[in-house]
Design a protein around this ligand. Structure first.
Ligand SMILES: [Zn+2]
Length: 320
């Protein structure tokens, strides 16, 4: 039995009530990136994820509200229903089963520790990593990302791009993250003056990639690079280190067990500089992508809300 909040009002104010309503449920967020979030109390999980989006994009998102038996988010005048995590417009909400759900997770402080993986976890990663799993199944409905990022078709996306100088190279990114990228650049170059790891990282810098229109096998499946919202940083020399799970999987069936010391990684200060500007690092994913940073401020907001709720719970406040 799911307790469904019955209020109809727009949820643009009233943080306290929001906090009180959601405290316990936050714990149900998956701690494992790329694992489906548990479907416990979905209506409240939905509210908290949408609220995190509203906090992350205050200029683009007008409201989060309970409407027509589901949570709804309004982006630039367009409405999207939670629809079991599919984020669909009214016209498609009844057909939610045809779409892939978006996955939300608590962004971890540290990269995973493969030496502690259980047999079940390894089997699960083998399953997720199998080529079958990557290619089969439905895709996201792109309406939500299109509204949030200002277009999901190639022509629309390209109109949103700007060129920026980043660590000595020129890359194209979404105008939405131009200032963030410039601040990250400034911070990293500042660190290099005193941090020898960062200085060495800059010396060994190979290629940097931003916008890259990628479609997977003629489907409409597109990555964050296709929106200009992801940046890849590769070193000149990788040595024998792993950098991307899929490349590693081609030569090593135990790709998920490669230790952190055998994975290439940017210096901690570089990762922190990205995170401070709303990016997440792919090295913290179980399906690791060590070169990859993407702009997901909503995930940081989910983590912040989680911290608040944990504290409230610790002092016995805000439980349901
Ligand atoms: Zn990437």
């Amino acid at each position: 039995m799911v307790a469904v909040p019955m209020e109809q009002r727009s949820y643009t104010t009233g943080t306290k009530r929001f906090l009180a309503g959601c405290s316990i449920l936050l714990i149900s967020i998956s701690l494992y990136p790329l694992s489906p979030a548990p479907q416990i109390r979905p209506s409240i999980h939905a509210r908290q994820v949408l609220e995190a989006y509203r906090r992350a994009y205050p200029d683009r998102i007008e409201s989060v509200a309970w409407q027509n038996n589901d949570w709804v988010i309004q982006i630039q005048g367009e409405l999207f229903y939670w629809a079991q995590g599919r984020l669909l417009p009214e016209s498609h909400r009844e057909r939610w089963q045809e779409y892939k759900p978006y996955v939300f997770y608590l962004y971890p402080d540290d990269a995973p520790a493969p030496q502690n993986y259980t047999a079940e976890r390894i089997a699960e990663l083998e399953r997720i990593g199998s080529a079958e799993h990557q290619m089969n199944g439905p895709d996201h409905h792109n309406g939500f990302r299109s509204a949030l990022y200002g277009g999901a078709k190639r022509g629309d996306v390209e109109r949103n791009l700007v060129k920026v100088r980043f660590l000595g190279k020129t890359i194209s990114v979404h105008a939405m993250i131009q200032e963030q990228v410039l601040r990250i650049d400034e911070r990293i170059r500042g660190f290099a003056k005193t941090d020898s790891d960062v200085a060495q990282f800059l010396t060994n810098l190979g290629s940097i990639g931003g916008y890259n229109w990628r479609e997977i096998r003629g489907t409409s499946r597109i990555s964050m690079h296709s929106f200009g919202l992801a940046i890849d940083i590769q070193p000149k020399r990788l040595g024998s280190k792993a950098i991307y799970w899929q490349w590693e999987a081609e030569r090593n069936p135990q790709w998920m067990l490669v230790s952190q010391s055998n994975r290439w990684a940017p210096p901690e200060a570089v990762i922190k500089a990205f995170e401070a500007e709303g990016f997440v690092w792919g090295g913290k994913w179980d399906l690791y992508d060590q070169m990859h940073f993407e702009y997901r401020p909503e995930l940081h907001e989910i983590s912040k809300l989680y911290m608040i709720f944990s504290t409230l719970q610790k002092y016995g406040i805000g439980g349901e």
